[in-house]
Design a protein around this ligand. Structure first.
Ligand code: EPZ
Length: 421
């Protein structure tokens, strides 16, 4: 297993390019099940989750080629409708094959994704919505067995909670359903918006894109024809993570290939903490703060402050002049980074879903353990400003969602090495 060895204390400078968004790429890859011809997807990030999804599609019978961040996938000849445990257990977003497979074939078996470090991550809302569309669903031997012999029928779905992959699953199911579907309380994340735009560009009439109410006209199990290549949107969480790298080291760095409109909550919170920005067409420069102020952060669904940036901002808050209050509202266990940060000298008090973070922390390098994707990036950020050497272990978590994190940090002047245990 690899680990990162980081020498703290270096200022950063220069510029890096942001990759395509993992959380946009995964639903777009699953959506190829809905197409009768080859789909070209560009700007795919070279992260493990993308390759896991490609392997899953291939296991179902799709064929694909991948080079230079572009995949060409043809799902026309899919015959197998069983998403096996051995692949699904590696990536819970495999659940995104459930909606398309069921809508297209009228039956499928998808392994239950199981839990994960940040919470129980139930999928009850996905299943309830599919039942509203006429599916019969039973859970046995760790698999979701779903059947809809006459195909799915359009229905009105009200999500009790806003769910990103739940919305994506049902949008894809509704695309091939018989009749019109309405999704109320839909997620509005940019990744959900891109999926809707791609389906709409290829013949699925979707109204309300970007809003919390979507109306989708299904094709009645007729497959869609891809008309042009799809370009995955930039990764707003990768961008936010590097903005925090610039902020925590109080450096000026530039990120290229970003979409500012997806970063507003992150930019505004950093401005509140004292940082300034130069924005140009598709790049953003963060400028040092004269004084870093503490912040009050409450995570919420888009366009609010993203839960996927909570851990990174906690690391940054350690360097603020004052205390910060961070409330995690989406996941019940997304403070796994706290104990590791405390081992580096942080002073953080947890009570229920709120963390009180003391500022002006004097962090010391240590051996720390990554537990989940975003917690790992928080440990790397803290290591950039810790006294001495930090070794971040189990960085396979990082490799799931960040393209060449150590290379990009090296490009910015950080002293980071990737070594073998
Ligand atoms: C997506 O996960 C993202 N993953 C997550 O990013 C992200 O943290 C999350 O949305 C929230 O923004 C992908 O897009 C692949 P949810 P998802 O369904 O869809 C509850 C990362 O770091 N819920 O929006 O699984 C759930 O427990 C990952 O890239 C139900 O109760 O999240 C949570 O409390 C981590 N029942 C809340 O809703 C359900 O059926 C939001 O979850 C579904 C969800």
């Amino acid at each position: 297993m690899d680990y990162l060895e980081i020498e703290g204390g270096n200022k950063l400078s220069g510029e890096i390019t942001i990759d395509g968004a993992k959380n946009a790429a995964l639903p777009l890859l699953a959506a190829t099940i809905l197409f009768e011809n080859e789909v070209t997807i560009e700007n795919l990030p070279r992260v493990n989750d993308v390759f896991t999804m490609l392997r899953l599609l291939e296991n179902l019978g799709a064929s694909y080629s991948y080079e230079e961040n572009t995949a060409k996938i043809n799902s026309h000849y899919i015959t197998n409708t069983r998403a096996i445990y051995d692949i699904v257990r590696k990536m819970r977003a495999s659940i995104l094959t459930l909606g398309p497979l069921l809508a297209r074939f009228g039956q499928c078996e998808v392994s239950l994704p199981g839990g994960c470090a940040i919470g129980q991550r139930p999928i009850d809302l996905h299943l309830k919505a599919l039942e509203m569309m006429g599916a019969e669903i039973i859970i046995e031997q760790g698999y979701i067995r779903a059947t809809a012999p006459e195909g799915l029928k359009g229905a009105t779905i009200v999500f009790d909670k806003i769910t990103v992959t739940g919305t994506e699953n049902i949008v894809m199911a509704a695309a091939l359903a018989h009749g019109e579907s309405k999704i109320i309380n839909a997620a509005k994340e940019p990744e959900v918006v891109q999926l809707c735009q791609v389906l709409n560009d290829n013949g699925i009439k979707i109204e309300g894109i970007g809003s919390d109410e979507l109306i989708i006209q299904g094709t009645g199990q007729k497959l869609i024809t891809a008309k042009k290549p799809i370009k995955v949107i930039p990764d707003r969480i990768e961008a936010g993570t590097y903005l925090c790298a610039g902020a925590i080291t109080n450096s000026e760095i530039t990120l290229k290939s970003v979409n500012h409109t997806h970063l507003f909550a992150i930019i505004l919170k950093l401005q509140e903490m004292g940082f300034d920005f130069d924005l140009s067409e598709d790049s953003i420069t963060i400028k040092p703060a004269s004084k870093v102020k503490g912040a009050k952060i409450t995570t919420s669904e888009y366009p609010g402050f993203p839960t996927d940036m909570q851990a990174q901002f906690m690391a940054l808050a350690l360097r603020a002049q004052g205390a910060s209050l961070i409330e995690e509202k989406l996941f019940e266990n997304r403070f796994m980074h706290v104990s590791e940060l405390i081992r580096m000298g942080a002073n953080i008090i947890l009570s229920n879903y709120t963390a009180t973070v003391e500022g002006k922390s004097n962090l010391n390098g240590a051996d720390v353990m990554a537990t989940d994707l975003r917690a790992s990036s928080a440990l790397v950020l803290a290591a950039l400003v810790a006294n001495g050497t930090t070794r971040v272990h189990r960085i396979y978590h990082l490799d799931r969602g960040y393209v060449g994190l150590e290379k990009k940090l090296q490009q910015l002047g950080a002293k980071v090495k990737r070594l073998k245990e």
